[in-house]
Design a binder for this molecule. Structure first.
Ligand code: GLY
Length: 370
């Protein structure tokens, strides 16, 4: 069964389709968008090996011809070199303004290809086919596209909404456990930021999620996408509420920088640890009960996810250095760090009113558990 979440942005509305075997039905799903039966697919080597043949075969069934470009896999692809290569390849393929580009892959491919589509001939339409859990519940929806700069992650980019997102739950079966659980960190984030009942559902269904039960996964992806869509429609360009989607991310970005963006810490793992710390900080500030951070930690542990700084292998810098790294976050405005805090599970809000000393003590305590 396929579920649809509609993203009703005026003039740029689109559907996110969620279900099993969407890859196999990609031709029928994409055909209504096409002015001529031809698409350009951009993917990475790892995803190409697993899913490119299935996608091109599915397009062919509906008479859609596909050309494809396969980029190297990994975060280092998300920079000027592969971006330039992609844009030039799309031009060589004579992709026109009325055509559609397809991004087949995880967050790196979705962000890079979306940005290429945003600037190619001043904007062509694109379809996201996210193949990681993180991309299905977060990066493929909402139109943030871009690449990394030597100065930091995601510093070059544009808001460019996709015309369609096809989230095929069955492709999640090919994910290694670690990537799957990292992506689940973003799912947990949605319950924590705005839907206590969704958090309770996650708690009750941990065992089903761990074995990747398709029905449970489809619900987890659908509810996450619904929540993201609601927030994006309220605040597409992050002037206010969209910052709620960054729950746990200020901590996470500091830990990612401290571990050199290496595989010592995957983004979603940092989000999970960051969410646990954001709740601990909220409790220490008297915003929520002490029971809430305990519940968050218990749920993450039950899923086998990273929860504490002790779960990050290797050395970490001291608390002051971590705090300084938090200060380099994109959410700093006029030198003031904005935090996403919570009044309880499902009740997050944005505030600048967090004393640095409290954060420093929290980080010192978290480091001392190592
Ligand atoms: N990943 C956060 C956002 O889309 O705003």
């Amino acid at each position: 069964m396929t579920e649809t979440v509609h993203v009703p942005l005026e003039g740029r509305a689109y559907d996110v389709r969620i279900g099993s075997d969407l890859l196999g039905r990609a031709g029928a799903e994409i055909a209504p968008l096409l002015k001529r039966p031809r698409v350009a697919i951009v993917t990475d080597l790892h995803v190409a090996e697993l899913h490119l043949a299935a996608l091109t075969a599915a397009l062919k069934v509906d008479g859609i011809e596909a050309v494809s470009l396969t980029l190297p896999a990994g975060e280092s692809t998300k920079g000027w070199t592969q971006f330039e290569r992609t844009v030039e390849w799309l031009l060589e393929q004579k992709v026109e303004r009325r055509d559609v580009v397809v991004a087949l892959g995880g967050g790196v491919i979705g962000d890079l290809v979306g940005f290429a589509a945003a600037v190619l001939r001043r904007g062509v339409r694109f379809v996201q086919i996210p193949t990681s859990l993180l991309a299905q519940v977060d990066s493929s929806v909402g139109g943030k596209t871009g690449i990394n700069a030597p100065q930091g992650k995601n510093l070059i980019g544009a808001f460019h909404q996709p015309s369609l997102v096809l989230a095929d739950i069955s492709v999640l079966n090919s994910l290694p456990d670690r990537d799957f659980l990292a992506g689940y960190g973003e799912v947990v984030k949605y319950g924590l930021l705005g839907d206590a009942a969704f958090f309770d559902w996650q708690d009750a269904n941990a065992a089903r999620i761990r074995v990747r039960d398709p029905e449970a996964l489809a619900y987890a992806v659908k509810r996450s996408v619904e929540m993201k869509a609601e927030i994006v429609v309220r605040d597409e360009t992050e002037q206010g509420d969209r910052a709620l989607l960054n729950l746990g991310h200020t901590f996470c970005h500091a830990f990612e920088a401290a571990t050199g963006y290496s595989d010592r810490l995957l983004h979603g793992e940092g989000v999970a640890i960051g969410c646990a710390l954001a709740f601990e900080l909220s409790a220490r500030l008297g915003l929520c009960s002490q029971e809430d951070p305990s519940r968050v930690r218990e749920m993450l542990s039950a899923m086998g996810m990273k929860v504490r700084l002790a779960d990050i292998p290797g050395d970490l810098p001291d608390a002051q250095t971590l705090l300084d790294l938090m200060g380099q976050d994109k959410k700093v405005i006029d030198g003031q760090l904005r935090f996403i805090m919570a009044r309880g599970i499902g009740q997050a809000f944005v505030t600048s009113d967090v004393p640095s000393e409290t954060v420093l003590t929290l980080l010192q305590d978290a480091l001392s558990e190592r």
